[in-house]
Design a binder for this molecule. Structure first.
Ligand SMILES: Cc1cc2nc3c(=O)[nH]c(=O)nc-3n(C[C@H](O)[C@H](O)[C@H](O)COP(=O)(O)OP(=O)(O)OC[C@H]3O[C@@H](n4cnc5c(N)ncnc54)[C@H](O)[C@@H]3O)c2cc1C
Ligand code: SF4
Length: 649
């Protein structure tokens, strides 16, 4: 039971409510409004996923919105004391402000309100949304063999041949392969252990436990980008969209040519890909359950003569319930907690959840162990100490945590490369409004690709969203917003993945948290605009009556003729809303020690017996979703260590 008002006191709750009722008034397109929604309770459910700094930041934004009428309207009144007309005028000024920070505050507050309001089941009903999964009750798939915080009652002191830090795409795969080769493996995972029985189809409940900081990791730069990553047994694979692509050969050719990786070809990698694909059952999405979001994308691509197809996915008996980003309630998704982790346990790997690695112990230039803490699940406070002595340490924390751990430990960074070269695949989206009902949430979530422009760095992936997530980036507020949401069921959503040449960096910030800087360069910005134009064309070709472009000056266009407005003369970088789901490249691989953190065998150039197995190793963007390639490299690393065991173990 959630304690009311534990996170927001009455002062902030009042502001939240006043804003909510203005964002989503009663009557109009449908009767229900924010006044009928228990916003305070919904905030308590969702807000527990924010870290203290983000929660404080959000409160400051509420204060800003409450008092800014003085600045923007010249009226010395708080938001709640304005007349309804003035409230609308004020919110419009905020939404359209020339000052990026003010617009940013509006966007964040609105996104949060949209998530809360459309998590209300009455509101969902009002727009025709229903939950689709019906798993058999009483399912229990979690293994007792995974040790969690609640099972641990004293300090841990263990020995193993290999200690893996992190249990996501890179960590779980290398652990399973090594364990099956008869090697004694321990895995430490800082997040909790959640599986099918915990996934209730409610993003508002699942995001706080499965996503890092409620999916609110922001990059510093212009524009700011909201980065998402998972935590827990299975890492980000638990919340990903099941899309599986091999790294394209032209990307490998670039690595051979420009990143000191001669001979690293698909011929060498193919058996590792095949092994992963067999283990997690990668196959093209089934057309019977693919859903109208995909079919409309196909129709548009077909009409334009573009190359397209159903996305290959790692599932078994997928029901097409569109919930992949919130943990699969049907147990169909072959994410790590469902596939590689049980296999690793079966082969004898010892796996600890709620255990954070904090120090990599190095003696005579060689990694020999890991120290860390057992965390109390709710508070994240350390309860006990952990010490693992091992012959080989494999860091698989993901492209943001891995460099942070190395930087905190002042390890493997004599050449200054740790944390550099961050790529993120910046993502934008276009949505189209159709006459017919689409129900984008019905069917495979990320379902259909259009890859004609992939080599240029623009990839399209049709992705159906639940209303509480889709609402976060719909334009407008008040009755206009409400009218759009009333027609949400008639919308098709297409995501754009940009293969970036922009590079950011990860450093150690306040309180040891990651400080991420990232600036979109002109080339990637132009690619994004081109992607939005083509996305709009696909939607109009499929019969859309209007297209939501995700750009500030032209949030809605109503004809093909208007597509040309989406250009760099009329739109600035700060007019776009970017998200990102694929951080990569911060401990990059390459055979030249001065320019890379690990060599082609993924061993540190500097610290012997320290390996890295996660998204941080890629020298550039992949131009396609990365999980399969991370897993293939993890399989290759296990193969290398297994063959070289007399040298390392
Ligand atoms: C919403 C979303 C959808 C996505 N969809 C797709 C998709 O459809 N297809 C695709 O290819 N990719 C997708 N991705 C990306 C993909 O899932 C990730 O690139 C991939 O999982 C990264 O693997 P990894 O091993 O680098 O890190 P992760 O999978 O993130 O695993 C790292 C793990 O290490 C743990 N860890 C970190 N530091 C420590 C520490 N100090 N001690 C102990 N544990 C630690 C973390 O808690 C985490 O569980 C998606 C990502 C998101 C956010
Ligand atoms: S669509 Fe996603 S969440 Fe639904 S059953 Fe298939 S894999 Fe699971």
């Amino acid at each position: 039971m959630v304690e009311r008002g534990a996170l927001l006191g009455p002062f902030y709750q009042k502001i939240l409510r006043e804003l909510g009722e203005s964002f989503m008034p009663g009557a109009g397109a449908f009767e229900r409004g924010a006044k009928d929604v228990d916003l305070e309770n919904l905030f308590e459910r969702f807000g527990k996923g924010f870290d203290k700094i983000t929660l404080l930041g959000f409160k400051l934004m509420l204060i800003a919105v409450n008092y800014l009428p003085i600045l923007l309207l010249g009226k010395a009144r708080t938001f709640g004391k304005l007349s309804p007309e003035d409230q609308n005028r004020y919110l419009e000024k905020l939404e359209q402000s020339k000052i990026y920070t003010l617009r940013g505050i509006f966007t964040v507050v609105k996104a949060l309100l949209a998530m809360l309001i459309f998590s209300d089941s009455g509101m969902e009903k009002s727009i025709g949304y229903e939950l689709l999964c019906h798993p058999a009750p009483g399912i229990k798939v979690k293994s007792e063999l995974v040790k969690q915080s609640r099972d641990i009652h004293s300090d841990i002191n263990e020995h193993a041949q290999v200690c893996v830090i992190g249990s996501g795409a890179g960590g779980a795969v290398v652990a399973k392969e090594l364990a099956e080769a008869g090697i004694d493996v321990i895995v430490l995972e800082q997040g909790g252990y959640y599986a099918q029985e915990d996934f209730n189809q409610r993003p508002i409940d699942v995001i706080p436990v499965l996503y890092c900081n409620n999916s609110s990791i922001f990059t510093f730069g212009v524009p700011m980008v909201a980065l998402s990553a998972g935590r827990g047994i299975g890492g980000t694979t638990v919340i990903n969209s099941c899309t599986c692509f091999r790294v394209p050969e032209d990307v490998l050719a670039d690595w051979e040519e420009n990143y000191h990786l001669k001979g690293l070809t698909m011929k060498e990698l193919s058996p590792y890909f095949q092994r992963v694909e067999d283990t997690i059952n990668v196959h093209p999405g089934e057309m019977e359950i693919i859903g109208k979001n995909a079919l409309m994308t196909r129709k548009g691509a077909e009409a334009m003569g573009l190359s397209h197809g159903p996305i290959s996915r790692n599932t078994r008996n997928c029901k097409g319930c569109g919930m992949c980003n919130y943990g699969c309630p049907e147990g169909a998704k072959q994410s790590m907690e469902k596939s590689y982790i049980p296999l690793a346990l079966k082969a004898g790997a010892r796996i600890f959840a709620d255990c954070r690695a904090e120090k990599i112990i190095v003696e005579d230039g060689k990694a020999v162990g890991v120290e860390g803490s057992v965390l109390e699940r709710e508070s994240q406070k350390p309860r006990y100490k952990i010490k693992i002595k091992a012959k080989v340490i494999i860091l698989a924390g993901g492209a943001i945590p891995s460099p942070v751990l190395l930087l905190k430990n002042k390890l493997a960074n004599k050449n200054g490369q740790v944390g550099k070269h961050l790529r993120i695949h910046p993502a934008a989206r276009v949505a189209g409004l159709f006459d017919e009902e689409i129900e984008q949430w019905k069917g495979i979530m990320q379902s259909y690709y259009v890859d004609t422009y992939r080599k240029e760095g623009i990839m399209f992936e049709a992705t159906g969203l639940a209303p509480c997530v889709g609402a976060m980036s719909m334009p407008f507020f008040g009755h206009r917003f409400k009218e759009l949401m009333a027609r949400f069921k008639n919308m098709v959503n297409i995501g754009l993945l940009i293969s970036d040449s922009s590079e950011g960096s990860v450093r150690v910030g306040l309180g040891g948290t990651p400080l991420i800087t990232y600036q979109i360069n002109q080339k990637d910005f132009l690619k994004t605009l081109k992607g939005i134009r083509i996305g709009a064309e696909i939607l109009f070709s499929a019969g859309a009556k209007m297209v939501f472009t995700g750009t500030r000056p032209f949030p809605v266009i109503e004809s093909r003729e208007e597509i040309e407005k989406i250009n760099e003369r009329l739109i600035k970088k700060t007019d776009l809303e970017y998200m990102a789901f694929h951080p990569m490249g911060t401990c990059r691989m390459g055979d030249e020690p001065a320019k890379a953190v690990v060599n082609r065998n993924l061993e540190s150039h500097e610290i012997k017996n320290l390996f890295i197995s996660d998204a941080s190793i890629f020298p550039t963007s992949l131009s396609v979703n990365p999980q399969l390639t991370i897993m293939a490299f993890a399989t290759r690393l296990a193969d290398f260590l297994s063959k070289e065991r007399s040298r390392y173990l």
